[in-house]
Design a binder for this molecule. Sequence first.
Ligand SMILES: O=P(O)(O)OC[C@H]1O[C@H](O)[C@H](O)[C@@H](O)[C@@H]1O
Length: 419
Amino acid sequence: MSVRYDDEKLCHSFEPIHVEDVEDRTHESLHLLLDRKGPGHEFLGWMDLPLQSPEEFEPLSRVAEEIKSSGDLLVCVGIGGSYLGAKAVIHSLFPENDRIRFAGHHLSPLELSRLLKELENKDFYINVISKSGTTTEPGVAFRFLKQLAEKKYGKETSKRIIATTDASKGALRTLSEQEGYRTFTIPDNVGGRFSVLTPVGLLPVLATGGDLKKILKGAKAGYQQGSLDDRQNPAFRYARNRKILWKNGKAIEILATFEPQMHYLAEWWKQLFGESEGKEGKGLYPASADFTTDLHSLGQWIQEGTRNIFETFLVIEHYETDLAVEKSRQNLDGLDYLTGKKMSWINRKAYEGTRQAHEDGGVPVSAFYLDRLDEENLFELLVIFEFAIAIYGYTLGVNPFDQPGVEAYKKNMFKLLGK
Ligand SMILES: O=P(O)(O)OC[C@H]1O[C@H](O)[C@H](O)[C@@H](O)[C@@H]1O
């Protein structure tokens, strides 16, 4: 177990009467999930994914290896759950990898033009990812990218495009079969935002250097923690705390980290939580902050603004790469008091100081500690978050596995586009 949830101080701030009531409801919700009897139970395939064995991924590992060893760029085309898991993991673990690009998660002519221009002079693979196979943003981007690939590679194009989509439905499946692309399947019972442990997340992550065995080890540890039928289960405690805070008028949760490499992890978390809990007039607004950067912008608001927020920190305990401050000749910058101190230690003190300040300012705080930033810790955390939001959704009485509200903007857009 490398991921630890610390909510001790937070729990002391709760009135016992609030805890008891919510604790029972959370326990029922955990059971609803484990017994697979709650709303949306047909989308619980994500619960089985952490228990897969590396052998089950052989074809996927082979393609990932082919891309990795080619030295070519990999362009991942997808939006929402079809790109955030891979982006979160790659940005956290391999930020130095300059052979991955993401497209299809926006409608910007500027960004897409820039990418197409860059690709003119480079060799590339495309991994187009869409569960429905009909999403507009990746569909449009893929049309441009496919045309460029066809111009460049002619008949060889089909060797350079890999589609990750539904087993039988959707335009992407039909197109892939007609064009002879290699395909990987997103299981029917796994929703997009829960798909990081399917080919959706794993092909890009493995092609970028991720270690499958470590990934599955971490995911299994997350499963063991998140599915534990015990009130010490961190996903259970986190869900219960969120419910108590929501019931007591908190509207916004800020997921805050002191590690910029975890920026996209928070973006992944925002989709996972936002789409799962924000419905029927209920749910917390999942927001995020990058510290210490945002302490110089949002810090004022968090410290003294409307008291409808609480904060969850993501903290890395040990850094493999570190720097120590060296003594200067004249101490002109006044920083000699830090001589010999490591950056990780300074970062930790910034966290401790911030946490105390925010607690003093009336912000309820808890934290997830990761022993280090690697595949095992990261996937353990991702799976704990998946369990937590499923349990929390059930405490609210909503179906955490649908997202009916996302259709509203699409309807209007399609009308305006003349679809
Ligand atoms: O994978 P796709 O079918 O292209 O869907 C991509 C994303 O878009 C939708 O609008 C949903 O709200 C998301 O949950 C989903 O992850």
